[in-house]
Design a protein. Structure first.
Length: 90
């Protein structure tokens, strides 16, 4: 997984299935029916969406190219010192 929200995508399905299972168990074993508890699905989905957005790198504004600014120029190594001028003719 490369950190672009894939963890949130990998967890979304199992989390939703577990939530549906818990809601049906509440329907069968408590006085709360599924018609009263289904908003929990929306809450879980919203939390997983927030998790996915928080783990992604920020996107540039719409209309700007991906590489709007060129990378900074590389620093050139300093040139070696020149030998001193001898003053003679050659």
């Amino acid at each position: 997984m490369n950190g672009d929200g894939s963890i949130a995508r990998a967890v979304r399905g199992p989390a939703m299935l577990i939530t549906v299972g818990v809601l049906f168990a509440l329907n069968n074993f408590t006085p709360y029916g599924f018609s009263e508890t289904w908003p929990a699905l929306l809450i879980v989905f919203g939390l997983l969406s927030l998790l996915g957005r928080g783990s992604r790198a920020p996107q540039p504004p719409y209309g700007y190219p991906q590489n709007a600014y060129p990378p900074p120029p590389q620093a050139r190594p300093p040139e070696p010192p020149k030998p001193p001028y001898s003053g003679g003719t050659q």
